[in-house]
Write a protein that binds this ligand. Structure first.
Ligand SMILES: [Zn+2]
Ligand SMILES: [Zn+2]
Length: 163
């Protein structure tokens, strides 16, 4: 009598346990689908890809999730955007960087000499006062020839820079 009661009780617990695990597995299955959907939405714009991914995980469950994790795009859209921004910033930095030929320090485009080692970087037009690059022998702004060009005998105004 007691034994029979024990078996019935065990059977009842077993039913509860099965129901509990069944509910747990169903919840896990649903959350896997939701997680995958949220993940693919952050990685791809294509609606068809979203649907196919959800079906893959809904049908194959965990193995489907593993396949998805292997095949999914490596970067999220936000990460991709961030990377593009960083690359663009780096490119413009390289383009804008003006290095002193004497000491390699950063210089500005409107400097006549390097602030760090006093190397001449640019010269000034005597007519219009615009900055000219050292090899130029004529001012591109006002067409005034630059004095002290190599062909002329006129001595240079500035003493040669040493060290
Ligand atoms: Zn310098
Ligand atoms: Zn000029």
């Amino acid at each position: 009598m007691l034994d029979l009661f024990g078996i019935t009780s065990f059977g009842k617990y077993f039913t509860y346990l099965t129901a509990f695990f069944g509910a747990f597995l169903a919840a896990l299955w649903l959350s896997l689908i939701f997680w995958t959907l949220r993940d693919i939405r952050s990685r791809a714009h294509d609606k068809l890809v979203h649907i196919l991914t959800a079906i893959l995980v809904a049908v194959l469950n965990l193995p489907g999730l593993i396949i998805y994790l292997i095949l999914r795009p490596a970067l999220t859209l936000a990460e991709e955007y961030q990377l593009t921004l960083e690359e663009e910033a780096l490119l413009s930095q390289v383009e804008e960087r003006l290095l002193c030929p004497g000491c390699g320090s950063h210089t500005e485009s409107n400097w006549q000499v390097c602030a760090h080692c006093h190397t001449r970087l640019r010269k000034v037009c005597i007519q219009c006062g615009q900055l000219l690059q050292l090899p130029w022998q004529i001012c591109p702004h006002c067409t005034t020839p630059v004095p002290g060009a190599p062909s002329e005998d006129q001595p240079a105004d500035l003493p040669p820079i040493t060290g």
